[in-house]
Design a binder for this molecule. Structure first.
Ligand code: SF4
Length: 358
């Protein structure tokens, strides 16, 4: 498990999912459908749930989007968060339509009276508020005095959270976002020292699937290994299902979550006599939504493969036109190359059924 201690934050309930304190670090994503298109939004959320998403956020940019919240909620199984920009009335409408949390940047909601109205609506229904600030939307005054710095970001977040606390509501989550990793890491360190509200963490606008996942992994690793973060989002210009898979992989690699099949595979070399790359790709694809916490190794040869696959729950090691199937390092049987993937998946299924029984 993780070799670092998580900072204790307050426990906050979002719908039926708790975050903070000793709760697992939760995986969040955001839909990219038109929220008012209930059918498309529900379909996407169900696919995200299957991939392991635990909290979902949808933009509420129109009255129709706010109204759609009550319909969407009937069809999904995870808390639905409303993302609000500028219009305080939409925040109130989203709360009235069942939002489990709202994300606002009080700085762009307008005057204090409007923020107060949003806070009163949230308080009435005990809906958590995420105060989200990012470098791009820093208050003018802060930008002029402190520049686009981690200190300015933290000051802005604390000032806005403080304003809501002064209004008598502390059911809060905070997020600060920067796309530059050193700035983001420093800002999270500073913020975490100054608050015990749960923090939603991520590297904003990270990029496209591959490069954005790498950038997010580098940034999030630095933040999470400092014990900071209660929910995460990997922000990609890609299908949000990939965000969830990347988030799950990051958390599992750091020992912060166990769920999911970890597929390790060798890079192939001159000894490889089977199409290992295609095989590893297929195993990865067909196991990526399975929550069973096991390690599966796909190795290209029987010379180094069994040794390297020793600590895997299941492994396949390629030969010529065939391969070995191994369980906990022990050879189970020889399998024809074209049947290797199915043989492995059958074993994974057996493990899944065993887990359900016990
Ligand atoms: S496991 Fe075998 S095929 Fe794969 S890289 Fe090592 S030696 Fe080469």
């Amino acid at each position: 498990m993780a070799a670092f201690e998580r900072k204790k934050t307050r426990r906050v309930l979002i719908g039926n999912v708790a975050i903070g304190m000793d709760e697992p670090i939760r995986i969040q994503s955001m839909t990219n459908t038109k929220t008012a298109d209930v059918k498309a939004t529900v379909e996407q959320i169900l696919a995200l749930e299957k991939a392991g998403c635990e909290l979902i956020r949808s933009t509420v940019n129109t009255k129709e989007a706010a109204a759609a919240f009550s319909e969407i909620k009937k069809e999904i199984h995870i808390p639905l968060i409303a993302d609000i920009h500028f219009d305080y009335r939409l925040a109130i409408k989203a709360i009235e339509n069942g939002a489990d949390k709202i994300r606002i940047n009080p700085g762009n909601i307008g005057d204090r009276k409007r923020v107060q109205e949003v806070v009163s609506a949230a308080k009435e229904r005990q809906v958590a508020i995420r105060v989200g600030v990012n470098l791009g939307s820093l208050e003018k005054e802060l930008r002029e005095t402190k520049g686009a710095t981690p200190e300015a970001l933290v000051e802005s977040a604390l000032k806005n959270a403080g304003m809501i606390e002064d209004m008598g509501y502390d059911n809060l989550v905070i997020s600060i976002k920067a796309s530059d990793i050193p700035t983001a890491v420093k800002a999270h360190e500073l913020l975490s020292e100054k608050t015990d509200h749960p923090l939603h963490v991520g590297i904003t606008e990270a990029g496209t699937a591959l490069y954005g996942s790498i950038k997010s992994a580098i940034g999030l690793t630095q933040i999470l290994t400092r014990g900071i973060g209660d929910t995460i989002r990997v922000s990609l210009s890609a299908d949000p299902v990939l965000e969830v898979r990347a988030a799950r992989q990051i958390l599992r690699t750091l020992g912060l979550r166990k769920e999911g099949v970890e597929v390790v595979s060798c890079p192939t070399c001159g000894r490889t006599d089977i199409d290992l790359i295609a095989l590893a790709e297929e195993v990865t694809r067909r196991t990526e939504d399975i929550a069973l916490p096991i390690k599966v190794a796909c190795m290209g040869c029987v010379v180094n493969g069994p040794g390297e696959a020793k600590d895997a729950d299941l492994a396949i090691c390629g030969g010529k036109g065939e391969g070995l199937l191994l369980k906990k390092g022990e050879v189970v049987r020889k399998v024809k190359e074209e049947e290797l993937v199915e043989a492995l998946l059958t074993e994974i299924n057996i493990l899944q059924n065993e887990q359900t029984l016990f």
